[in-house]
Design a protein around this ligand. Sequence first.
Ligand SMILES: NC(=O)c1ccc[n+]([C@@H]2O[C@H](COP(=O)([O-])OP(=O)(O)OC[C@H]3O[C@@H](n4cnc5c(N)ncnc54)[C@H](O)[C@@H]3O)[C@@H](O)[C@H]2O)c1
Length: 293
Amino acid sequence: MGAQVQGRPVVVTGGGSGIGAALALEAAGRGAGHVAVADVDFEGAQAVAESIAAQGGSAAAHRCDVTDSAGMEDLAQAIAAEQGVPGLVCANAGVMSAMAPLLDAASSDAEWVVRVNVLGTINTLQSFGRLMAAGQEQGWLMATGSEHSVGVPHANSGAYTASKHAVLGMCDVLRAELPDHVGVSVVCPGLTASLLWNATRQRPDHYGGSTDNDPGAGAFMEQMGMSAETVAQRAFDGIAAGHFLIPTHYHARAYAEQRAEDMAEAYDRLSEIDTADYDLNRTVTQFLEQLTD
Ligand SMILES: NC(=O)c1ccc[n+]([C@@H]2O[C@H](COP(=O)([O-])OP(=O)(O)OC[C@H]3O[C@@H](n4cnc5c(N)ncnc54)[C@H](O)[C@@H]3O)[C@@H](O)[C@H]2O)c1
């Protein structure tokens, strides 16, 4: 069975804009008991919470920085104390730096992207996941990955692609570790109309500070991207059905297929010269099973 949000508290990080704002509104529309809209941009979060309240829902804005692990622990404790343990947490906050070849990208930008997208997602999953795992009620964790989680859509975003592969990897491990009453999904959108093209508007000073990126990229994203509302609807349909992987754009199948083909081809080359590995694999699996018994 998939996620149930009816009457339950829902938390969305990065809820003040784009996909996060649409997830927060979709949660309210599907009967969430309360929506906690958490964002480093408090005003953005407030505007979304007010829209939910204007539609008759219950919502509150929270200032949060997902890279602050202690702050995320405090946020999880505070929301659980006020509203109860959430039925769904959307670990959605993410950033992208200006596009550049990996060899030319500023290392401070790569650090920022990894810190927010990887460590921030881990902090969110840990702080809320622990509360869910310790309780009895059903809970669901949904991380926002990307088409960059399943393959390589395009060049010039090496750190971002690495970070989104990491989101898929951590959730795949998490699903093997969580107790039965806690589920996990990764929503993997393709191009979506949002402010991601200009994420550097909120880049902290120690990673290079705030700058405005090319408005042309924003116009392109606005014109070509799927609406954040459609992404949110597909995400919620996916978790309701209990799916782990939730793609939202069909074209991204080609990236996943390319990755799978490359992998299979590489291993097929090896299997022709070395079949002893099959035994090694069995031995390693048995060893790990003993450790976790
Ligand atoms: N827009 C796309 O084409 C697209 C495609 C695939 C995946 N995604 C992913 O969707 C997620 C949401 O991005 P979006 O497209 O809605 O962009 P967006 O810039 O419109 O929204 C991102 C939100 O995250 C917040 N945020 C940034 N750093 C934060 C931090 N340290 N702590 C808390 N909040 C923080 C921002 O303030 C902003 O409100 C991201 O994880 C992004 O990587 C976006």
